[in-house]
Write a protein that binds this ligand. Structure first.
Ligand code: PLP
Length: 260
């Protein structure tokens, strides 16, 4: 049976991030992809020039339309933009998505520096969305916001993951790619164990949508019934290959996308 994956996330007309990256990843990893749109950033590889939120009723109608017809095997949550959307999605999932694994990418700021989650919504995300998550996938910048301290060592990553786990998430996949150094060290942390996933840093300006892609790849594994460790390990391999194979590609004038 084909695994069905739903992303609840923002738009990227330039095709590298958001629901576009998620759907490409689902498809590349053998899942049937669906999407519910939460926000419409006007963006390309150079950045975001404006952002429109989708009306709450329209988000709820999209969710109703999917859930009344197709039950997803996994839900991935990406950009939620403001606290009203965070609240709506949290409430909806609580009532309608029991037993479905939820992968939360706590999208906050784009690589271009543009805000994808308003600062007023961070505490709502922490209180309402994280407790619903099977796994949350912050980069170190996002983890610093959630955790409140600077993260620049493996020890600090472990502390941050431990702290984020206290919000009620089942697992934390903390991405170390934004830290200095020649290696990218990602940490999968659960209540009783942790594991490092380490890869060589790839020098590329084409990194737009890497976070979306990685979390969608983890979601694809879970949708197909793989364990969390296997899903994370395969997702790390997928994003590494996706960056490598577009390392010298020239799409757009800014941070180009990765390959799917
Ligand atoms: N646009 C949307 C809709 C996103 O969800 C994200 C990241 O999650 C981005 C843009 C930012 O992508 P990046 O920071 O990889 O450029």
């Amino acid at each position: 049976m084909l695994a069905k994956a739903l992303t609840i996330a923002g738009f990227d007309a330039s095709g590298g991030a958001g629901i576009q990256a998620d759907l490409k990843t689902f498809s590349a990893l053998g899942c049937y992809g669906m999407s519910v749109l939460t926000a419409l950033p006007i963006q390309n590889t150079c950045g975001v020039s404006n952002c429109y939120s989708i009306p709450l009723t329209a988000i709820e109608e999209q969710l109703d339309s999917i859930f009344s017809d197709i039950t997803p095997d996994v839900i991935k949550i990406g950009m939620l933009f403001n606290s009203e959307i965070v609240n709506l999605v949290a409430q909806y999932l609580k009532q309608n998505a029991k037993g479905i694994p939820v992968v939360v990418d706590p999208v906050m700021v784009a690589k271009s520096g543009d805000m994808l989650l308003l600062p007023e919504a961070v505490s709502t995300l922490k209180e309402k969305i994280l407790p619903l998550a099977t796994v949350v996938t912050p980069n170190t910048d996002e983890a610093e916001v959630l955790f409140g301290h600077k993260i620049n060592t493996q020890e600090a990553m472990l502390d941050a993951a431990r702290q984020i786990l206290e919000t009620g998430v089942e697992a934390v996949f903390l991405k170390g790619g934004h830290m200095e150094g020649g290696m990218c060290q990602d940490l999968l942390f659960t209540e009783d164990k942790y594991q490092w996933f380490i890869s060589r840093r790839i020098k590329s300006k084409n990194t737009h949508g890497t976070g979306c892609t990685l979390s969608a790849a983890i979601a694809s594994g879970l949708a197909r019934g793989d364990s969390l460790v296997t899903s994370c390990s395969n997702a790390k391999e997928y994003i590494t290959q996706a960056i490598l194979s577009f390392q010298y590609e020239a799409i757009g004038k800014g941070h180009g996308p990765v390959n799917h």
